[in-house]
Write a new protein. Structure first.
Length: 337
């Protein structure tokens, strides 16, 4: 069963409040770019591709009454999340479009631009799913036990998903035995969101604690790992949800293939390595609460990085809408092959 995590109707952006899932499926409708900015910051809207799409709809809404609001909205949206490159790619392309012609400096033109960008991401997801499923299917002759991390489905993208899209396509081809979904501490995107999507598609799964993954690898219960990406450097170093690096290290030790699935919009060809990626540090309070429930009432000292960097040498392949790239990776603008 497919669903819309985000859509634009009657001049309003309608989106699922992902902080309430899976217990409540609540949709929010707004025509305010400030409300959309807050939704991105609060993780009501999350996932690198979906953040970029939401930002474009927000920009369109910002100029509905006054085109001079564009720059204010642009700067506001830039400050919402620092790591996912899709946000900055989308904003940069929208700004170029806006200033390319006076005819583009209005609500209807920017809305059309946002809709086309949204559709292109849907197409990317379909191609990523097909490329990944065909590549993996050609290298495995049995039904697979797949491990994934965080959430990479329709709740994170404009389409069926990146890593989740590959899993879904493999399932449709009868190539999935079981999906293990890491809970993804501290905000539990795996427990709350990936389980929600696996249930929607009736894919067999089990949620595990992040610390269980290595033990399952040791017990030979995992055939491959596939994750998404928030930013990929030109050498293939990948920023993704915190805990991804640990999975990659353990997969390498146990000789388990480790794949990254992402659209080309997640590749930052301007940076050479992952060392140049800014890693978002979030409120430490997230570590001591589940939703609105606090585990501790006492204030504690905590460190809460949202992402980590997986070095390219730990990655078996990077699946994009173009093809599956194998090491050595080189995504520089002047040498993308």
């Amino acid at each position: 069963m497919e669903f819309d995590a985000l859509k634009f109707e009657n001049d309003k952006l309608i989106f699922i409040d992902q902080t309430k899932l899976p217990d409540e499926e609540i949709y929010i409708s707004t025509d305010s770019y400030e409300r959309i900015s807050e939704a991105i910051e609060r993780l009501e809207i999350r996932g690198a591709p979906l953040i970029g799409i939401a930002a474009l709809y927000a920009l369109a809404l910002s100029v509905k009454e006054n085109k001079n609001e564009f720059e204010i909205a642009f700067e506001r949206l830039k400050k919402t999340r620092p790591t996912a490159v899709n946000l900055f790619t989308a904003l940069k392309e929208a700004k170029k479009f806006f200033y390319s012609s006076e005819e583009n400096q209005n609500f209807s033109s920017l809305l059309k631009f946002a809709i086309e960008f949204h559709q292109s991401d849907k197409n990317y997801c379909d191609k990523i799913a097909k490329n990944g499923a065909e590549y993996i299917g050609n290298n495995f002759s049995r039904r697979l036990r797949v491990l994934t991390h965080c959430n990479t489905g329709a709740l994170a993208t404009g389409g069926i998903g990146t890593a989740f899209g590959v899993i879904l396509e493999l399932y449709k081809r009868n190539s999935i035995e079981l999906v293990y979904a890491c809970e993804a501490r501290p905000l539990l995107q795996g427990l709350r969101l990936t389980s929600f999507e696996l249930e929607k598609h009736q894919i067999p799964y089990k949620v595990i604690t992040d610390s269980t993954a290595a033990f399952l690898m040791q017990k030979q219960m995992i055939d491959l790992v596939i994750v998404g990406a928030d930013r990929i450097a030109s050498n293939g170093d990948t920023a993704n949800k915190i805990g991804t690096y640990s999975l990659a290290v353990n997969a390498k030790f146990h000789s388990i293939p480790f794949f990254v699935a992402a659209p080309s919009t997640s590749i930052d060809s301007k940076i050479l390595t992952g060392k140049e990626i800014i890693i978002e540090e979030r409120n430490p309070e997230e570590l001591i609460q589940f939703g609105s429930k606090k585990v501790l009432s006492k204030k504690i000292e905590a460190l809460n990085f949202a992402f980590d960097i997986t070095p390219n040498e730990l990655i078996t392949g990077i699946i994009t809408e173009e093809k599956v790239f194998n090491p050595p990776f080189d995504f520089r603008d002047d040498k993308n092959s």
